[in-house]
Design a protein around this ligand. Structure first.
Ligand SMILES: NC(=O)c1ccc[n+]([C@@H]2O[C@H](COP(=O)([O-])OP(=O)(O)OC[C@H]3O[C@@H](n4cnc5c(N)ncnc54)[C@H](O)[C@@H]3O)[C@@H](O)[C@H]2O)c1
Length: 390
C-alpha cells in the first residue's frame, strides 16, 4: 500500500494536471483536499497510453540522432499573411497543366473571375463549366468562362500561358522551341494589346527561352514577365531529399536555380533537413541521387506516361507563384526572370530567388552561393543565351 501525501500531490501538480493512483493507494485527508484545491484530475492505474510507432531500427536510430541535434529546428509557422483574390486570371492553354492549375485557382477562390482560352473548340468553355459545377462542393465563388479567342484576355490581372506542345518520350524541352515560340509570341503580343497591365506567367517549354521570347516580343517590364519552373523543380528536390532521409517534406528546405532542364542547379549550400545541412544527414551518394532525380524528374514522368508530361505538380507550382503574388505565401521563390547584372548575368532569363507581390517581381535576392553553384548558374545562363541565338 502506498500512502500519497502532500509532497506526492505537489510533485504531480508540477508535472501535469493529473494524479495517477493505484487501486491500493491511500490518499491522506490533506492530500485529498490539496487535489481539489489544485484542480488535479485523479486517474486510476493502469493508465492507457497510445502505442508508439515502431519504425525499423535504422529509421529509429536516425530519427533519434536527428532529434538530439542541437540544431534541430521545426519549421516556423507562417503568420500575419493577408491574401487577397485577383480580380481576373486568364489561363491560355486548357490542356493538362492549364486545366489542373485553373481547377486549383478556382477551388481556393484565388480569383473572382477565371477565364480559359484554348484553340480546341469547346475545350475551354467545357472546362470552365466543369469547374463551376464543382462549386456546390468546393463553395468557391470564382466565376469561370472559356472560349477560343484571345479577346478574353481583356482586363486580366494575371495571364498564365500553358499553351503549346508538351514533350513526348525521347524529346528534350529544347525540341519544342520552334513550335512553341510562335505560340508564346502570339499570346504575349495579344496580352500587350488586350491586357497591357497584366502579369504574364509563362509555363510553356522550353521555359527560360519562352519567357525571354515573351519579354522580347512585348517589351513589357521584366517585373511582369515571369517564368514558372523553379517552384516545380524545387518541390521535386525537396520531395527527393525528404524521401531519401525518411522525413516529412515540410522538414526539408531546398530550392533549385538555373534553367529548367539539364542546366538546372539544385542548391545544396542552402539545403537543410530539419534545419541541418543536408551533408550532415545524408551520405554523398544519396545526395547525388537526389540531384539526379530532381534534374530528371520531368523526364521520368514523360517516360512513364508516354503521351504528355507532368501536370499536377506543375499546377501546384503555378499556384504557389500566384499565392506569393496575392500575399498568401511569404517565401522566397525561384522564378525565371530577365537578369540585368544580378549574379553577374546579363540579358538572359534563368531561375533566381525572388520575392513576388501584386505587381509581379518585387526583388531578385542575391544569396551567397558556393563557388561551384555560382559557376553552374552562370554556365546555365550562357547555354540558354546560346540557344536563343539559334
Ligand atoms: N514550366 C514547367 O515547369 C512546365 C511543366 C509542365 C509542362 N510544361 C509545358 O507546358 C505546356 C503545356 O503542357 P500540357 O501538358 O498542358 O500540354 P497539353 O497538350 O495538354 O495542353 C496544351 C494546350 O495548349 C493548347 N494550345 C496550343 N496552341 C494554342 C494557342 N495558340 N492558343 C491557345 N491554346 C493553344 C492546345 O490546344 C492544348 O489544349 C507544354 O509546353 C509543356 O512542356 C511546363
Amino acid at each position: 500500500v502506498r500512502v500519497i501525501g502532500e509532497h506526492d500531490v505537489r510533485t504531480s501538480a508540477a508535472r501535469s494536471n493529473v494524479l495517477v493512483v493505484g487501486s491500493d493507494d491511500l490518499l491522506t485527508p490533506y492530500a485529498r483536499d490539496l487535489v481539489s484545491q489544485l484542480g488535479l484530475r485523479v486517474v486510476s492505474e493502469p493508465v492507457e497510453t497510445v502505442a508508439p510507432n515502431a519504425p525499423d531500427h535504422g529509421t529509429a536510430v536516425s530519427r533519434v540522432l536527428l532529434r538530439r541535434s542541437p540544431k534541430w529546428v521545426t519549421p516556423e509557422a507562417v503568420t500575419n499573411l493577408s491574401a487577397t483574390a485577383f480580380g481576373r486570371v486568364v489561363m491560355v492553354g486548357c490542356g493538362a497543366v492549364g486545366a489542373a492549375a485553373g481547377h486549383m485557382i478556382a477551388a481556393r477562390a484565388a480569383a473572382r473571375e477565371l477565364a480559359f482560352i484554348d484553340l480546341v473548340p469547346g475545350l475551354a468553355a467545357s472546362t470552365a463549366l466543369d469547374i463551376e459545377h464543382a462549386s456546390g462542393i468546393t463553395g468557391s465563388d470564382t466565376r469561370c468562362t472559356g472560349g477560343e479567342t484571345l479577346d478574353l484576355l481583356a482586363d486580366a490581372d494575371v495571364v498564365v500561358v500553358t499553351a503549346g506542345r508538351p514533350r513526348s518520350p525521347g524529346m528534350s524541352r529544347d525540341d519544342l522551341r520552334d513550335i512553341n515560340s510562335k505560340v508564346v509570341r502570339g499570346v504575349a503580343e495579344a496580352v500587350q494589346e488586350h491586357a497591357p497591365d497584366a502579369i504574364l506567367v509563362i509555363v510553356t517549354n522550353p521555359l527560360d527561352e519562352m519567357t525571354y521570347e515573351a519579354y522580347r516580343s512585348t517589351q513589357l517590364p521584366r517585373e511582369r514577365v515571369l517564368g514558372m519552373a523553379g517552384t516545380l523543380d524545387s518541390s521535386r528536390f525537396r520531395w527527393s531529399l525528404a524521401t531519401a532521409a525518411g522525413v516529412h517534406p515540410r522538414d526539408v528546405s531546398a530550392f533549385t536555380l538555373g534553367s529548367h532542364g539539364d542546366e538546372m542547379v539544385p542548391i545544396l549550400s542552402h539545403a537543410t533537413i530539419k534545419g541541418r545541412p543536408v551533408a550532415e544527414v545524408l551520405p554523398q551518394d544519396a545526395i547525388d541521387r537526389c540531384v539526379k532525380e530532381t534534374v530528371g524528374g520531368g523526364g521520368r514522368i514523360v517516360a512513364i506516361r508516354r503521351t504528355g508530361s507532368a501536370s499536377i505538380a506543375p499546377a501546384h507550382s503555378i499556384v504557389e507563384m500566384l499565392d506569393a503574388m496575392r500575399g498568401a505565401v511569404s517565401d522566397l521563390l525561384p522564378v525565371s526572370v530577365l537578369l540585368r547584372g544580378e549574379y553577374g548575368i546579363e540579358d538572359v532569363v534563368v531561375g533566381v530567388p525572388t520575392r513576388l507581390g501584386r505587381a509581379g517581381l518585387e526583388e531578385i535576392v542575391e544569396l551567397p552561393l558556393a563557388q561551384e553553384e555560382l559557376e553552374a548558374l552562370r554556365r546555365a545562363a550562357i547555354i540558354v543565351k546560346e540557344r536563343l541565338k539559334n
